[in-house]
Design a protein around this ligand. Structure first.
Ligand SMILES: *[C@@H]1O[C@H](CO)[C@@H](O)[C@H](O)[C@H]1NC(C)=O
Ligand SMILES: *[C@@H]1O[C@H](CO)[C@@H](O)[C@H](O)[C@H]1NC(C)=O
Ligand SMILES: *[C@@H]1O[C@H](CO)[C@@H](O)[C@H](O)[C@H]1NC(C)=O
Ligand SMILES: *[C@@H]1O[C@H](CO)[C@@H](O)[C@H](O)[C@H]1NC(C)=O
Length: 406
């Protein structure tokens, strides 16, 4: 079974959020935020006619909060994450959750990059904000149908969902946007890369459109037992869900389509200014790719996996090998002038969807900037990129509060 991390890794993050909140309350007297208002779920109109449905055939959904004041004509479109399903069994199981059916979706709170509070989201708070729910299990990329063991139909329609929801948003004001940002985290961060240029092409050339991928830079590396675990997941997704249509043509002309689903290949072809935010020691990738459960029979890595400070020197070497591959794969992005990079060395996964990590007094910083500040510098900076790459462990960035956790 493909490991299904919680959407944006919310539940995995819960213990550290609690811990951080406690630390925050003690040492910085950060005022405890009032609960943000709930943003209603909108179901896509005429979803069945458009063939744009969740795994179980239900209509997909999104949440839209209107912009105001100077942000009235600016838009953020965010793609929700939540790993992938790579087998019919996996995808069949998702139908009983909000990652496979809108029957289980509810109104949600917007925080971090989607917050409408100026203090937590100073540069984008008054923009129109959309969160597109993830219910296809294939990073909004597939176009296929399947059947589970019981003969029940399964729909792999991620690409249709993406297209139909964007079309519907166009009619709700997106078409006349003055500036736009496409974002996403984890499998949604991968989706933001997959759709970046296509999204850009829907707007007039003079409208700034940029893309932000948070924790979506998945690497094609071997785990401890020598297996390319991520490749086995992606291979299942690529074939089961038939994602070929969204892959860069140059890449699939030369390489295996599964390889072309990896960000290292995708970024070569993207011409829209893009910001890559990722940890060089991404906790999801370290936990699921470098050391997935089965690759570590003796569990000698579990303590290291749980807390980077508990790793032995050999383990650190393996993790630094992972970070090195990461930095190497990003070379293309380093040379793209108007791209942004924010590669920290704190052990974490998604950072844009949470108020604490996006922009707070205890957010991690690189170049003394929070992620929100770095993204704003890049977005509004008139073409000059922001390129921040943190140091290699055991150096410690003192703002890595998340090193305490996860
Ligand atoms: C699906 O992913 C799992 C890992 O979660 C992997 O072991 C398996 O080989 C993959 N199966 C297919 C058919 O891709
Ligand atoms: C499909 O069949 C399995 C047993 O083969 C059963 O456990 C499961 O509940 C069935 N699922 C549905 C949706 O009917
Ligand atoms: C890390 O090591 C310390 C000291 O050996 C130990 O008390 C702690 O439980 C370990 N942490 C984890 C997560 O294994
Ligand atoms: C870092 O930024 C904060 C607030 O943005 C500022 O108060 C502080 O002086 C800066 N520190 C350094 C070392 O530049």
């Amino acid at each position: 079974m493909a490991t299904v991390p919680p959407r944006f890794a919310v539940s995995a993050a819960a213990p550290w959020l609690v811990l951080l909140l406690a630390v925050a309350a003690l040492s910085f007297s950060v005022p405890v935020a009032e609960a943000a208002e709930l943003v209603e779920l909108t179901l896509l109109a005429n979803a069945r006619e458009k063939g744009a449905v969740c795994l179980d055939g239900s209509p997909p959904g999104y949440h839209l909060q209107r912009g105001f004041g100077s942000g009235e004509h600016s838009w953020i479109v965010n793609l929700e994450g939540g790993a992938w399903c790579n087998t019919t069994e996996d995808c069949s199981d998702r139908r009983l959750t909000d990652l496979g059916s809108s029957k289980f979706m509810k109104a949600i709170e917007f925080e971090g990059i989607l917050s409408n509070e100026r203090s937590q989201n100073p540069y984008f708070y008054n923009w129109n904000k959309v969160d597109i729910r993830y219910c296809d299990g294939g990073s909004f990329a597939g176009v296929a149908d399947g059947k589970d063991r019981n003969g029940t139909k399964l729909f792999f329609r991620g690409l249709r969902i993406w297209e139909a929801v964007v079309d519907e948003l166009m009619g709700k004001g997106l078409a006349t946007a003055k500036q736009v940002l496409l974002s996403g985290c984890s499998s949604g961060g991968l989706a933001a890369l997959l759709h970046c240029d296509d999204f850009r092409s829907r707007f007039p050339q003079e409208v700034p459109v940029k893309c932000l991928s948070d924790a979506g830079f998945f690497l094609d590396v071997k785990d401890l037992s020598g297996v390319r675990f991520m490749r086995s997941i992606f291979s299942g997704v690529v074939h089961l869900q038939n994602v070929g249509k969204v892959l860069p043509k140059d890449c699939i002309a030369q390489k295996d389509p599964t390889e072309c689903f990896f960000p290292a290949q995708l970024i070569k072809g993207i011409s829209t200014p893009t910001f890559i935010r990722n940890s060089g020691y991404d906790s999801y990738q370290v936990g699921n790719i470098v050391m997935p459960g089965g690759s570590d029979p003796g569990l000698s890595w579990s303590s290291c996996k749980a807390d980077i400070r508990n790793c032995t020197s050999i383990q650190i070497e393996a993790m630094n090998g992972f970070r090195k591959k990461f930095v190497d794969d990003l070379i293309v992005a380093r040379y793209k002038r108007d791209w942004g990079l924010f590669i920290d060395s704190c052990f974490n996964h998604c950072q844009t969807p949470f108020r604490i990590s996006w922009h707070s007094r205890i957010s991690l910083r690189l170049g003394n900037k929070t992620i929100a500040e770095a993204v704003a510098d890049w977005y509004f900076g008139g073409g000059h990129g922001v390129k921040e790459i943190d140091c290699e462990y055991p150096c410690i960035n003192p703002t890595c509060s998340s090193q305490l956790d996860l």
